[in-house]
Ligand binder design. Structure first.
Ligand SMILES: C[S@@+](CC[C@H](N)C(=O)[O-])C[C@H]1O[C@@H](n2cnc3c(N)ncnc32)[C@H](O)[C@@H]1O
Length: 491
C-alpha cells in the first residue's frame, strides 16, 4: 500500500468510529461497496457535522484519492483509490459479509490496575482509536521537537499554595492506618493534621510508589501485599487510634454503571471487616456523594452503617472541596465513627475555612477560594470559575489523559480558555505542545493543584496513571479538615 493511502486512512478514523452503530455501518458499507459518497446526505447518515465530512473529502481529494465531479447540480465524490476502497471494506464488517455477531478485540495496552475494565471494542474500533492516538502522538512529538506552532503562554507560576491550605500541625500522638490509600489524598491531609502515619495499603503499585517516594519513611504495602482483602487485621489491633480509607467509588459513581455490591470492585465489606478487627477509636470512610443517595440507602445501611453502628456512633458529613480553599467543584460523603460515646458527644464537623464567591457577589467573611485561572497563575481574561469536578477514570473503560467528565464541564473549560484533554506531564511540556484551539494546556502538577495537592507531591507511573491517582483522591485540604476535627474530639 502506498503511504498516501495509509495517510488518508488516518482521516477516516471518525468514520470508522461510526461503524459502531448499525445504521451508520450500513451506510458505510454501501459507501465502501459503491465507492462514492454525497457529502450532505452522508453527513446526516453518519451523524457528522457536514463541515467535518467535507474536511475529509477535501483532504482525500488533495491527496489525489477522490475526484469531485458535478452531476447535474450535485457534487459527487468518487473514491479513486483501489487501496482505499479495499480498506473501507475491511473497516466495515457488513461489507465483508462478517455476519451480525459482534466480535470484540482485547486491548493491546496492558493496564497496571488490576481492576481495569476495558471497553468492548471491535478490532475496527480499536484500530480507529489507535489511529487517532497515533496522529495526536505525532503532533506531540513534532511540538516537543520544536516543529509545532510557537508556544502561546509562558510556563505558569501558580498563585495558590496547597501547603498554605493545610498548615502543618504538631504531632498529636494519634496513629493513623490508611486503607485503599491511592495516591495519598487522605494520607497527606491526616499527616499534615499531626497524625502519625502507621501504614498504607494500596493495590495499585504505581500509587504505592507515589506514597513511598513522597515519604520514604512511611510503611507502604503495595500490589498484592497491599490488597485490603488479604490482610490479617487482628495483628493491627491496639496499634492505631484512627483508621481511614476510601474504598473504590466506581461501583457507586454516577459516572460509572452504579452496580453497587454487584461490582467486583466493591471494597466496603473489606473496609468494615478491617474496622471491626482493628477496633480503632475512630474511623473515617469517604466516597462519592452518590453513595449517600436514596438509590444506595439500603446498601449503606446493610453493609456500612449497620455493621459498624453496633460498636460506633456514626456521623455523616457532606463536604465541598471549595469550602476548604480547593479551586474545584467536588463533593464527598464522609462517615466518621467514634467508639467512645464521650468522643462522639464532643465531635464537631469541620467548618468551612474558605468560600468561593463568584465575580460581582459580596464577600462572605471567609478567605476567598481562588478560581482556576487565578490559582494556576494565568493572565486575567475577565472570567474565572471553579474547575469542574476532575474525573477519576483510572479504573474506567479507557486509559485517558483527559480530565473531562461531562459536556457541561467542557463548556466551563472552554469559557476558562483551558484545554482539559491531553494533559502534559510537566508545565514545560504543556507550554511546548500548543492546544489546537489556542487554549492553555494543563499539566499534571496543575491538575494536582486543582485537587489541592502541593506541587512537589511526586505522583508515579505513566501520565494517565498519575492523573488517575489525582482524580481518585480526596482533596488533601478536605482530608486535613476532617482529620483535624477527629483529632479535636479524641484529644
Ligand atoms: C478512591 S481511591 C482512594 C483514594 C484515596 N483515599 C485518596 O485520597 O487519594 C480507591 C483506591 O483503592 C484501591 N483499591 C481497590 N481495591 C483495593 C484492594 N482490594 N486493596 C487495596 N487497595 C485497593 C484502588 O487502587 C484505588 O487507588
Amino acid at each position: 500500500m502506498t503511504n498516501t493511502s495509509s495517510d488518508a486512512l488516518e482521516t477516516l478514523a471518525p468514520l470508522a468510529q461510526a461503524l459502531a452503530e448499525p445504521t451508520r455501518r450500513r451506510v458505510l458499507a454501501v459507501l465502501a461497496r459503491d465507492g462514492h459518497a454525497y457529502p450532505g446526505e452522508l453527513a446526516v447518515e453518519l451523524g457528522l457535522a457536514p463541515t467535518a465530512l467535507s474536511h475529509h473529502l477535501t483532504w482525500l481529494r488533495r491527496a489525489g484519492l477522490t475526484v469531485a465531479v458535478l452531476e447535474g447540480r450535485r457534487r459527487r465524490h468518487l473514491l479513486s483509490s483501489d487501496d482505499l476502497q479495499a480498506m473501507l471494506r475491511e473497516l466495515s464488517p457488513a461489507a465483508t459479509g462478517g455476519g451480525s455477531e459482534t466480535r470484540y478485540a482485547p486491548s493491546r495496552i496492558p493496564s497496571s490496575h488490576p481492576h481495569h475494565q476495558p471497553r468492548d471494542l471491535t478490532a475496527q474500533q480499536r484500530e480507529a482509536f489507535r489511529r487517532t492516538a497515533t496522529l495526536s502522538r505525532l503532533a506531540k512529538t513534532a511540538a516537543l521537537a520544536g516543529e509545532g506552532p510557537e508556544p502561546i503562554h509562558d510556563v505558569n507560576v501558580p498563585k495558590l499554595s496547597a501547603h498554605d491550605l493545610m498548615p502543618e500541625r504538631s504531632p498529636n500522638g494519634l496513629r493513623a492506618l490508611s486503607l485503599f490509600s491511592g495516591g495519598g489524598g487522605l494520607d497527606l491531609g491526616f499527616a499534615r493534621a499531626g497524625m502519625a502515619h502507621v501504614a498504607s495499603f494500596e493495590l495499585m503499585q504505581d500509587a504505592a510508589n507515589t506514597l513511598q517516594k513522597a515519604h520514604p519513611d512511611w510503611q507502604v504495602f503495595g500490589g498484592p501485599e497491599g490488597d485490603v482483602g488479604r490482610v490479617n487485621w487482628k495483628a493491627w489491633r491496639d496499634q492505631v487510634e484512627v483508621l481511614h480509607g476510601g474504598p473504590p467509588c466506581q461501583p457507586f459513581s454516577v459516572a460509572g454503571r452504579q452496580r453497587g455490591q454487584l461490582d467486583p470492585r466493591d471494597g466496603w465489606p473489606a473496609y468494615v471487616r478491617a474496622v471491626r478487627a482493628v477496633r480503632p477509636l475512630a474511623f473515617v470512610a469517604e466516597n462519592v456523594p452518590a453513595l449517600a443517595s436514596k438509590k444506595f440507602a439500603d446498601y449503606v445501611e446493610q453493609t456500612i452503617t449497620g455493621p459498624l453502628g453496633r460498636d460506633y456512633t456514626i456521623v455523616r458529613l457532606l463536604l465541598r472541596a471549595e469550602e476548604f480553599g480547593v479551586p474545584q467543584t467536588r463533593r464527598r460523603v464522609v462517615w466518621v465513627g467514634f467508639r467512645r460515646r464521650r468522643d462522639a458527644a464532643r465531635y464537631e464537623p469541620p467548618a468551612p475555612t474558605h468560600a468561593w464567591v463568584p465575580d460581582g457577589e459580596p464577600p462572605v467573611g471567609l478567605p476567598r477560594t481562588l478560581g482556576v485561572r487565578e490559582a494556576l497563575g494565568l493572565p486575567d481574561i475577565g472570567f474565572d470559575a471553579l474547575s469542574p469536578t476532575i474525573r477519576s477514570t483510572l479504573t474506567g473503560p479507557r486509559h485517558t489523559t483527559s480530565i473531562l467528565n461531562s459536556t457541561a464541564a467542557q463548556r466551563v473549560f472552554a469559557q476558562l480558555q483551558i484545554w482539559p484533554n491531553g494533559v502534559a506531564p510537566t508545565r514545560e511540556r504543556a507550554r511546548a505542545f500548543v492546544a489546537a484551539n489556542g487554549h492553555f494546556r494543563l499539566s499534571v502538577p496543575d491538575v494536582a493543584l486543582l485537587q489541592g495537592f502541593p506541587d512537589d507531591w511526586p505522583f508515579q507511573g505513566a501520565t494517565y496513571m498519575q492523573l488517575g491517582q489525582i482524580g481518585n483522591a480526596v482533596p488533601p485540604p478536605m482530608a486535613y479538615a476532617v482529620a483535624s476535627s477527629v483529632a479535636a474530639a479524641l484529644a
